[in-house]
Design a protein around this ligand. Structure first.
Ligand SMILES: *Cc1c(COP(=O)(O)O)cnc(C)c1O
Length: 418
């Protein structure tokens, strides 16, 4: 459910005509709906109403500080994977006690920054990382709260690039080594093992893999209790899928009910790290057709948004619904919608049926609110797109369009040496 809707052939973002936003800010342009973000966050968060929980929005899927601040006002914490994301979360005024730090390669300075900020906990992914956090904590006179990210070896049945909970993945600690890990952690003066964490993948469209993982973690929880290691937090990561095309992911309510039921009676605070399910369908990418081109076997729409703006189709072959911003009711044609970048992998859609489009017209690429702008680059020296927030009948810029100056400003302060 989202608030990008067509009325009389015109696309609206909430109550604003998308064309009006483009008139002001140009293309390519990311547009987010605040009402959709709030709705998705609250649908998710309220699904866990009857158990203690913290909903830590996965900053990596959309890290604009205005998006983060809006979610923070709804009660969100943050799941971060870098010092940069910590910086953003703090700039967005997210409560450090609602921040968890995930990721396989946390660097020393990032660990120090997180300890300094007093975050809730680290999700530790290796024994070397554990030692490093211990050393740094001790040197700062602090004790770090940690979870181990357990790799439960369950198949999330999603795209291999976004599947993370199989034993061949680089993530987490093998569940068979978990007891040893917790025992070691307990011995360390700078470490307080308080949680169990897992994240099995992204864009999951079934609840069962989550429940399978949870069953394994519950066994571990009981074993740890026997050993006198008292776990207070259970972090089940993110990963709930959304509808891009014809997927039928469970509603967050169903997800919340299943997990709450499975955890009934456990004296635990559940931590959740949803990303895509909150932001994915709360954002769109608007692009303009630069040229149309017909070859003997293909019709191309060459648009001004490329793989540098939205890489998901190129990277995962993923589907994004595309529709004209102004539907003229023309006949349907089959198109490849491609960007201007010098790569054959630069496409937004292939063999897509769309109403006939002409140069200068606008297209809307849906479901671009998660893993959209955050994965954009300046490849081909293309300044990154602007981002706009819509709320009711108003809209405002939340990130300016980059300029040519932005492309070189970290270079042109350095004199030529040739
Ligand atoms: C990517 C990621 C998430 C968010 O995943 P979504 O599929 O966007 O919900 C949560 N936790 C961790 C550790 C991640 O790497």
């Amino acid at each position: 459910m989202h608030y990008f809707t067509e009325k009389d052939g015109n696309l609206y973002a909430e109550e604003v005509l998308v064309e009006d936003i483009v008139k002001e800010y140009g293309t390519p342009l990311y547009i987010y709906s605040s009402r959709t973000l709030k709705r998705h966050f609250n649908a998710f968060d309220s699904a866990f109403y009857n158990i203690p929980h913290i909903t830590c929005f996965s900053v990596k899927c959309n890290s604009n500080i205005h998006v983060l601040n809006l979610l923070k006002n709804e009660g969100a914490g943050a799941d971060i994977v870098s010092g940069g994301e910590l910086y953003r979360a703090l700039r967005a005024e997210i409560d450090p006690q609602k921040i968890v730090f995930s990721g396989v390669g946390k660097q020393e300075h990032e660990i120090r920054e997180a300890l300094q900020a007093n975050i809730l906990m680290f999700n530790v992914e290796s024994m070397e990382e554990l030692q490093k956090i211990n050393e740094i904590a001790l040197s700062m006179g602090k004790i770090a709260n940690i979870s181990f990210r357990i790799n439960p070896d369950v198949d999330p049945k999603t795209h291999p690039y976004i599947s993370t909970g199989l034993k061949e993945n680089k993530f987490g600690i093998n569940i068979n080594d978990a007891i040893y890990a917790y025992k070691s952690a307990k011995e360390l003066k700078g470490i307080n093992p308080v949680g169990i964490d897992c994240h099995i993948g992204s864009q999951l469209t079934e609840i069962d893999p989550f429940l399978d993982a949870l069953d394994k973690l519950k066994v571990l929880y009981a074993e740890l209790k026997e050993l006198g290691i008292h776990i207070k937090y259970l972090d089940l990561g993110g990963g709930l899928g959304i509808q891009y095309k014809e997927e039928e992911p469970p509603h967050p309510k169903e997800f919340g009910e299943a997990l709450s039921k499975a955890l009934m009676g456990y004296p635990l605070t559940l931590i959740l790290e949803p990303g895509r399910v909150i932001a994915g369908n709360a954002g769109v990418l608007i692009t303009r057709v630069i040229y149309t081109k017909e070859t003997s076997n293909k019709n191309f729409l060459i648009v001004d948004a490329g793989m540098n703006d939205l890489i998901r189709p190129s990277l995962y072959n993923s589907y994004h619904r595309i529709a004209p911003v102004k539907n003229m009711g023309r006949e349907i044609k089959k198109y490849d919608v491609v960007g201007p970048i010098c790569e054959s992998g630069d496409f937004l859609a292939k063999d897509r049926e769309l109403p006939e489009s002409r140069s200068g017209e606008l297209l809307c690429v849906f479901s671009a609110g998660a893993y959209g702008f955050v994965m954009s680059s300046q490849y081909n020296s293309r300044p990154r797109a602007a981002e706009v927030m819509v709320t009711g009948d108003e809209f405002y810029l939340i990130r300016e369009r980059e300029s040519y100056r932005d492309l070189v400003y970290l270079e042109d302060s350095i004199p030529f040496r040739n």
